[in-house]
Design a protein around this ligand. Sequence first.
Ligand code: NAD
Ligand code: UD1
Length: 336
Amino acid sequence: MILLTGGAGYIGSHICMALLDAGFDIVAVDNLSNSNRASLERIQPICGRRVAFWHADIRNEEAIYEILRSCEVTAVIHLAGLKAVAESNVQPMTYYENNVLGTVRLVSAMKRANVKTLVFSSSATVYGTPTYLPLDEKHPLRPTNPYGRTKLFVEEMLKDLHQSENDWRIAILRYFNPVGAHESGLIGEDPMGIPNNLLPFVAQVAIGKREKLVIWGNDYETPDGTGIRDFIHVVDLASGHLSALSHLKVPGVLTANLGTGSGASVLEVIRTFEAVSGRSIPYVFGERRPGDVAICYADPMLAEATFGWKATRSLTQMCADHWRWQLKNPNGYRGT
Ligand code: NAD
Ligand code: UD1
């Protein structure tokens, strides 16, 4: 049995789907602070199986221990956490409590239940401003905000844990920019309030919920002046977790990027989204967003070499699937 913390969230629900498809038994835990139970309910008709769900907080060690024990969990995929960079600047302690203390409690419950296989959701944000590209796993780690530091601290903590108890099997996966949705259009990203990230904002402009996109900066040193990112389809990202998990047969700590290895600019994303949706995306240029970098993309070779995973879906597919989800669910899960 595999436990997913944060299993009702955007990425978690897609990993649930991938694990069920591959025949795994799973249990999801979530405090629903940034998600909706409907995400998991919608998986059932697609996979023909129900996702066992516990409404619990990872900071509640006793509750997590009880779930690990009673469900006979053998491995944990740990996605639960807060992820908004701007919010982390104004509420850093909330982020340290949720992301760092939450992981301390989770690991403590795992130790008690003798579950020592863990996949952790880290982020490319741990690299900070790139000093060279593409970003490989050896790039210096200098996150520029509290959210990024919570990810770095947890990474370091997990390495120390393995150092002291070397029967742990740990994979640290650094995601680049997850976008898109399952091709069914039944699950997808459902941000609360105004979206921070590009694709959800673009999708809401396309459907008419927002008037126009503000492009933060058109004077970067890139071919069209707008920022370049390594967008990765969330279904590819989910399959990366399965590959990493199947590689965790022997003790150790594996740290790998999950990205495509190529970047797309904000203007390229807009053009691709317009092409797949047939809608126009009005935009204006604004000031650069503080903390943004010009270009960021992964060297994804390590993941391919160690656990045989490679992203395959194109930017067109990412936008098409994101659009299908938005069109079918103009109000996200709240319409259900
Ligand atoms: P999400 O907010 O959709 O999912 C996170 C889930 O964790 C939510 O369902 C939330 O309710 C839950 N949660 C938060 N705190 C919790 C707690 N204390 N106890 C139990 N549940 C809790 O976000 P996501 O995009 O699916 O991200 C999943 C993970 O991947 C996060 O750890 C995030 O930091 C990381 N990540 C995300 C991105 C991205 O762009 N989406 C990029 C890099 C890394
Ligand atoms: C942001 C986070 C990063 C996190 C990542 C994935 C910041 C500073 N960084 O990165 O830590 O890991 O999301 O969740 O918040 N853009 C616009 N207009 C918009 C939204 C975005 O022009 O309304 C541009 C941005 O300036 C950037 C690109 O689109 O050039 C991508 O932005 P976004 O989706 O927020 O991702 P990141 O900036 O990579």
